[in-house]
Design a protein around this ligand. Structure first.
Ligand code: AMP
Length: 390
């Protein structure tokens, strides 16, 4: 069965076509700069990237190009071969505790959450409606970044703000990267052979979040109402005292919105180092003796260690820490320094294994808390959900 996994942003659309249940990627690609005359459509044909630059003025055109491309490049013989489409949707609020088959009511419900995710949900809906038009007879499923965290207790998700804010406006922690945390923790459970294990997943990419998973359920996570909360990231600050916003707005005669934008886009690695949001540049900066690159790295490590410590206490123990996403999978330095910072929990790092790439254990046999590199695969998780609901 062939399933398309889609991640639609405001001006981009990433996709994978997977053969299920084998979980084999048939092709993948993306459309970038949607809305522009110099948009780019990229698709893998026999393992080679084919890139076409042309005007793509809206998502509908992008989706038509994509599905027609699958036939044109002989990846499938006809559109009838596509058995389902799974869409990543960022915010499912308290409405969607799991993935759902998309109906008009589901689309209305996703749109009702636009205030909670103004940058993401409208783009996700545009992707959905475009695919519904292009493939009207194919099942479409919404898979939410938030739903894996639907098992969090109110102790974990409530902010200590006026309760009416929660009741009236849904102000609470939702958490994100749920498909990734679920995929990685399921792999960890298989490795540990213990379905009651306590696991912390560190999803460290340009966006980054931690998730405490107890017996397969998310019990706490570091992102909040929006992806800004939690640990410092490529360009996001993570937690700060909200009073910073007023102070900078007053000092620089700027709007709250523009300061908030700096917390999302000019902070984290980029803000502290002044060099880059990319961990490779930060590591290079450290090697060259750049103190601010060192600080950007060490501040992040400390804050991640703080979360790991608090999750250890909250879960009453810990069996494994898993590293995933661009930085977690590739940066041996960040893994080593994080594990060093939480060594007191009983971690015996295997330095040689930590220097290697790919799925593996990076602690020595007998380590009280084990650590793993587990590459994430959100597309497979989305495709699995389509198959489950079909
Ligand atoms: P993601 O958001 O998961 O795609 O992760 C993107 C980030 O991963 C980039 O901004 C880099 O900081 C980091 N990254 C990607 N490849 C590498 C690598 N080979 N070594 C270190 N960091 C990497």
């Amino acid at each position: 069965m062939k399933i398309i996994a889609v991640n639609a942003g405001s001006s981009s659309l990433k996709f994978q076509l997977l053969e299920m249940p084998e979980e084999k990627v048939i092709t993948s690609g993306l459309v970038e700069r949607i809305g522009h005359h110099n948009a780019v459509f990229q698709i893998k044909v026999n393992g080679e990237k084919v890139t076409v630059e042309q005007p793509i003025l809206d998502h509908k055109v992008a989706v038509d190009l994509l599905v027609e491309g699958l036939v044109k490049y002989d990846i499938i013989k006809s559109l009838d071969e596509i058995n389902g489409v799974g869409h990543r949707v960022v915010q499912g609020g308290e409405i969607f505790k799991s993935s759902v088959v998309i109906t008009n009511k589901v689309i209305d419900d996703i749109e009702s959450l636009n205030d909670l995710a103004p940058l993401h949900n409208p783009a996700n809906v545009t992707g959905i409606t475009s695919f519904k038009k292009a493939l009207p007879n194919v099942i479409q499923v919404a898979v939410f970044d938030t739903s894996f965290h639907g098992t969090m207790d109110e102790l974990a998700y409530l902010y200590a703000t006026p309760y009416a804010w929660y009741e009236k406006y849904g102000v609470r922690k939702y958490g994100f990267h749920g498909t990734s945390h679920q995929y990685v923790s399921e792999k960890a459970y298989a490795k540990l052979g213990n379905k009651d294990a306590k696991v912390i997943v560190c999803h460290l990419g340009n966006g980054a979040s931690l998730c405490a998973v107890d017996a397969g359920k998310s019990v706490d996570t570091s992102m909040g109402l929006t992806p800004l909360e939690g640990i410092p990231m490529g360009t996001r600050s993570g937690n700060v005292d909200p009073s910073v916003i007023k102070l900078i707005a007053d000092q620089e005669n700027r709007s709250y919105e523009s300061v908030l934008n700096d917390l999302n886009k000019q902070s984290g690695y980029l803000g502290v180092s002044g060099i880059s949001n990319d961990s490779r540049d930060i590591v290079k900066g450290i090697e060259e003796g750049n103190h601010r690159a060192y600080l950007a790295h060490k501040v992040q490590v400390k804050r991640i260690a703080d979360y790991i410590g608090s999750y250890y206490v909250y879960m009453g123990g810990l069996d494994a820490i898993c590293f995933t996403a661009g930085i977690g999978e590739n940066s041996s330095l960040i893994r080593k320094d994080i594990l060093e910072a939480v060594k007191v929990l009983g971690i015996d790092l295997d330095e040689a294994e930590n220097e290697k790439r790919g799925e593996r254990e990076i602690t020595k046999p007998g380590s009280k808390v084990r650590a793993f590199i587990i590459p994430t695969n959100e597309e497979v998780m989305i495709a699995r959900e389509v198959v489950r609901l079909k």
